[in-house]
Design a protein around this ligand. Structure first.
Ligand code: UDP
Length: 375
């Protein structure tokens, strides 16, 4: 049998596993269906303006895992960056995540942290026990006014369904703060790679034991060519969609250009239903240490992914959960393959979690191999 490891997908999952196994002495072949590495984290400098573009939408690195932060720092220089999101709703601009400024502006109050906490607790729906849906979670924690202003319509645009049919877990990603801290993330480590994300993945893959094949894939029939395969492509795609397709939301970006500063911040969410897009990102503000005369913005539109579209967000409603279980049962019957990452496991994963899981997967694989050798 071949002693080559096959990896399908050159995003963070595939690249980290490739690197770890290459360093342990394995020969690794990485096959990537796209014409570039880095998956949806792909960044590229715009030839006209020089602005670093997040081609598949904004990616801000943040983590609470020191080992992931240190690991990535070996492959990039992180520049200080704090994600401070603004939101337009009802014809006014607010600060996100919901914080004391948002509350005081929306309700035209001058509340202190303690008063705001009591005020919001009084708005909250106390009849809701354990919140199961996004809507229940929002009504239970912030009440109807904040829900209407910031979550309801944005979520309908983002997910294409009522918040009453989405899981509460989606909203649990966002904090509500009773102070003026407008850092979108609560993690201690946050930053933006100085030269974008693509060079990080290129650096991970830059190893004598790794070969990278673009516009290429590993199919079910190819598995026997390898001693083991790590598959970061779509789980349903591996099985030829034989049971049906797992649902994804995809994003369309409508680009516009301007001189100077178009919106004054990197991310402006449009939380009511007066605009069809969820947000506008102005890419040069993701690199505040750079100076560009002109600017590039993306209006972001979300819709159900068709077979030819890049998959972004796994929908994971009840139908998909049932189908996922069926695919997982199929996957468990396969040997010589491990399904990894956002597409391989059909989960909504942040970059740091993806990297952490990839490190653990590589470690476990190496431990199993060592055990087998010792036996
Ligand atoms: N969300 C919202 N209003 C906002 C921002 C987020 O309703 O202004 C909801 C929306 O359903 C979204 C979820 O909260 O999918 C998680 O938001 P996050 O910013 O983490 O989404 P991401 O940046 O991953 O798209």
């Amino acid at each position: 049998m071949s002693n080559i490891i096959g990896i399908a997908g050159a995003g963070f999952s595939g690249a980290v596993i490739a690197r770890e196994l290459a360093e342990a002495g394995y020969s690794v072949e990485v096959h990537e269906t796209r014409q570039h590495v880095a998956g949806n984290c792909f960044t590229e400098r715009d030839t006209e303006t020089g602005v670093m573009l997040h081609k598949y939408g904004p990616h801000i690195f943040h983590t609470d895992k020191p080992h992931v932060w240190e690991y990535l720092k070996k492959h990039t220089e992180f520049m200080p960056y704090t994600n401070r999101v603004k939101a337009t709703t009802g014809g006014k601009v607010y600060s996100l995540p919901i914080n004391l400024l948002t509350i005081n502006q929306l309700f035209e109050q001058t509340l202190s942290p303690k008063d705001a906490e009591t005020f919001i607790a009084n708005q909250a729906d106390k009849t809701i026990g354990e919140a199961e849906t996004f809507e229940q979670q929002a009504l239970k924690f912030v009440g109807p006014t904040l829900y209407e202003a910031f979550f309801k319509h944005y979520t309908i645009k983002q997910w294409g369904v009522s918040p009453a049919s989405l899981p509460a877990s989606i909203l649990k990603r966002l904090p509500v703060r009773f102070n003026y801290d407008d850092n979108y993330f609560s993690h201690p480590f946050q930053g933006m790679p100085k030269h974008g994300y693509t060079p990080i993945v290129q650096s991970l893959l830059d190893h004598a034991n790794i070969s990278v094949h673009l516009d290429s894939t590993i199919s079910k029939d190819d598995i026997k060519k390898y001693s083991h395969v790590f598959y970061a492509g779509p789980l349903d795609g591996y099985f030829g969609y034989s049971l049906g397709r797992l649902g994804y939301r995809t994003l369309d970006f409508k680009e516009f250009r301007d001189t100077g500063d178009a919106q004054g911040c990197a991310v402006m969410n449009y939380c009511d239903n007066t605009k069809p897009y969820t947000r506008i990102t102005e890419h040069k503000h993701f690199a505040p240490w750079e100076d560009h005369e002109n600017t590039v913005c993306y209006e972001e539109y979300s819709r159900d992914a068709q077979p030819e579209d890049p998959p972004y967000y796994p929908i994971r409603l009840m139908d998909e959960k049932t189908l996922l279980t069926q695919y997982v049962n199929l996957a468990n019957k396969e040997s010589g393959i491990t399904f990894v990452g956002r597409l391989g496991t059909y989960r909504y994963l942040d970059m740091d979690v993806t990297i952490d899981e990839a490190l653990q997967t590589a470690k476990q694989f190496l431990a199993t191999q060592n055990n087998q050798q010792e036996m």
